[in-house]
Design a binder for this molecule. Structure first.
Ligand code: C5P
Length: 315
């Protein structure tokens, strides 16, 4: 059984990545309201970091700094807090555990990059390590799936095929490293609202969507130009309908030389694939100059999922 340690005990720091959906095929809503998905996730080098430190039993707190911090809820809907409580309830001792979480964000809120899910995965791992819980990888994945559709992938990282509502993930066979330029939108998009718009716009979505074979082949070949041509997102039309200015962002990136462009997940972040790091620098500068987005970031994928990166007493 884990017992609270003296206050001098260091807390743990964990970071977890953002994701892009290289393909997102969406089916008709299931009886539970979720949509069946066939997706290819890729984790990219844009990370939120969480520090977890001991608190009194049953005391769960969270603070948030960084990108879009004022937009993150601090109540019980916060995914990191929910993760900590869920872990304590299901795997903690009867006399209770507590934690003080501090999140530093780099992933935009409501950006289609799974920032909240990254925080949920990071909090699960951080608390499991902090509380020294005896937990299998499988139990951690089950808790992650309970927290949200994208949380298991944020634990896993890499490039993976997602099915079910997105929570069933299997690593994909891929070669190479991919350079992405991300264009953050001026306003976020609500994921449920984008799915609702998708339902309104789609006449006959398939019951069982499938991942596109051309993208799987392209990822095996490691050729970014082929991957760029095979990117696709069934939610893109809905996201563009809700934020029509994103068309200009996508168009600008393609005209400026991107090998492929798409809205990431439910948007509004636009992701541009380029051939090299220097091409990414060129496209970032050019996109910023066009004024078609709020901020531009360069990232590389695939990268690993949630990982311990240090202790809170370290400078
Ligand atoms: O699973 P998660 O909490 O991240 O999902 C957020 C919302 O996105 C759901 O409440 C639902 O409206 C929508 N969603 C969906 N189908 C999925 C995943 C998410 O309709 N496969």
């Amino acid at each position: 059984m884990a017992t609270p340690l003296p206050p001098s005990t260091p807390g743990v720091r964990v970071r977890a990545p953002a994701k892009i959906n290289l393909a997102l095929k969406v089916g008709a809503p299931r009886p539970d309201g979720f949509h069946p998905l066939a997706t290819i996730y890729q984790a990219v080098s844009l990370y939120d970091e969480i520090a977890a430190e001991w608190a009194e039993p049953d005391e769960f707190t969270v603070t948030v700094t960084g990108e879009g911090a004022d937009l993150v809820p601090l109540d019980d809907s916060n995914l990191a807090l929910r993760a900590a409580r869920l872990l304590s309830r299901t795997h903690g001792p009867h006399n209770g555990l507590g934690v003080a979480l501090s999140i530093h964000k780099a992933i935009p809120v409501a950006g289609g990059l799974a920032g909240g899910s990254s925080n949920g995965a990071a909090a699960l791992l951080a608390c499991a390590v902090l509380w020294d819980l005896d937990l299998t990888g499988e139990s951690l994945r089950e808790l992650a799936a309970e927290l949200g559709s994208d949380v298991p992938f944020a634990l896993l990282g890499g490039t993976a095929v997602g099915s079910g509502r997105g929570e069933e993930v299997v690593p994909a066979l891929t070669t190479g490293s991919y350079h992405w330029v991300l264009a953050f939108g001026r306003h976020g998009l609500s994921t449920p609202a984008v799915y609702r718009r998708f339902d309104e716009l789609s006449e006959t979505p398939p019951q069982a969507p499938e991942v596109p074979p051309d993208l799987m082949n392209a990822l095996r070949s490691g050729n970014p130009a082929e991957v760029g041509r095979a990117l696709s997102n069934d939610l893109q039309a809905a996201a563009l309908d809700l934020q029509p200015q994103l068309r200009r962002t996508l168009q600008a990136g393609l005209e400026l030389g991107a090998l492929g462009a798409l809205v990431s997940g439910s948007g509004p972040t636009c992701a541009f694939l380029v051939a090299s790091e220097s091409a990414a620098v060129d496209l970032s500068v050019a996109l910023s100059a066009e004024g078609v987005c709020r901020t531009v970031r360069r990232t590389v994928g695939p990268v690993s999922g949630a990982r311990v990166v240090g202790w809170t007493t370290e400078s």
